[in-house]
Design a protein around this ligand. Structure first.
Ligand SMILES: C[S@@+](CC[C@H](N)C(=O)[O-])C[C@H]1O[C@@H](n2cnc3c(N)ncnc32)[C@H](O)[C@@H]1O
Length: 315
């Protein structure tokens, strides 16, 4: 008796997803990938074009799909980021296009974006600025979730700007209010000159890792260096951003800046020393690590001209 293939059009048996995933999870775990099982499932769902939750119900892998899956698993085992393999990164309610040349948005940054969105919603037509925008994760989340906001996204890297413009165009085509993309260096003292004193919410996830820190292979080999490292102490971009933000924010406008978990004291101290901020507050991520700091621009007072305390000589 001859055996009949379950899917005659393929001319071969399909491999059950559970078997392929178990094999892939072992390969990824051996390569040091932290959430090996989850990532094996996500890659299987990507190849089979089904939601991860429906993998168990999916048809098995054809031979071609299995080859493709094995190739992707091998690349992931070589520590290429999952998001580069699928070409997409989830961020709040968005799916952003990502790949070589742009920083992959991280889940912890969703907290900073969420904080900014909540603050923006307290104003009827807020002006929201996202400095160091990368793929546009923060800016485009605000544009999607606060439709009344004018959103300005600033990025310097030409490669990242390509991804940012692509994501911004996709979101505008999907019906979100278009975000304005500005190619600029956020450390420029003249940054966004037309918005001085007009910004309601300023958000920034800058490069902040101190140069001496050894980062995982996914980061070292694939996130752009200028997206990750912030000089010897990690504060090279944060310092000028805090200074310029005080000029861009309206009195009562608010600032949120993500930072390294070793900066829980340093960044609040910089804000306090500036003299133009109040209500400085440190926030932790879901793992309990210090992750971002927020503050309000003081109202009119001795430092309202934009000069920090250390320049005016007052304390
Ligand atoms: C940590 S990534 C954050 C990207 C995005 N905001 C996110 O949260 O996923 C930092 C980004 O800042 C950009 N960047 C670094 N230095 C900059 C500078 N001086 N001016 C403008 N952008 C800069 C990098 O190219 C990178 O896209």
């Amino acid at each position: 008796m001859t055996s009949v293939p379950r899917h005659p059009s393929e001319g071969t048996e399909r491999e059950r997803p559970s078997l392929a995933v178990a094999r892939a999870a072992r390969t990824l775990a051996a390569a040091g990938v932290e959430s090996a099982r989850v990532e094996a499932e996500l890659l299987a769902a990507y190849v089979l074009d089904v939601p991860r939750g429906r993998l168990a119900l999916a048809d098995g892998f054809t031979a071609a799909q299995r080859d493709r899956y094995d190739a992707l698993v091998a690349r992931r085992a070589a520590r290429e980021p999952l998001q580069h393999l699928t070409g997409a990164a989830g961020f709040r309610h968005l799916e952003l296009a990502v790949g070589p040349g742009v920083f992959v948005p991280r889940p912890e940054t969703e907290l900073l974006a969420g904080w900014g969105i909540a603050r923006a919603r307290t104003r009827p037509a807020p002006v929201v600025v996202d400095l160091c925008s990368g793929s546009g994760a923060i800016a485009l989340a605000v544009a999607q979730e606060v439709p009344t906001a004018r959103v300005v996204a600033v990025e310097r890297s030409p490669a990242a700007l390509e991804w940012l413009r692509r994501n911004a165009a996709d979101r505008a085509a999907a019906g979100d209010r278009p975000a304005e993309v500005v190619a600029a260096d956020v450390t420029d003292p003249e940054l966004l000159a037309g918005l001085v004193g007009a910004v309601d919410v300023l958000l920034c996830n800058p490069p902040y890792v101190p140069r001496s820190v050894v980062v995982p292979p996914e980061v070292a080999g694939h996130d752009p260096d200028e997206a990750v490292f912030g000089g010897a102490d990690g504060l090279d971009v944060i310092r000028p951003v805090l200074a310029r933000a005080a000029q861009l924010l309206r009195p009562g406008g608010v600032l949120g800046v993500e930072h390294d978990d070793t900066h829980a004291t340093a960044v609040p101290a910089l804000l306090a020393a500036d003299g133009r901020y109040e209500a400085v507050e440190e926030h932790r991520d879901l793992a309990g690590r210090p992750r971002f700091v927020t503050a309000s621009r003081r109202g009119d007072g001795p430092h309202a001209d934009g000069a920090p305390a250390w320049q005016t000589g007052s304390s």
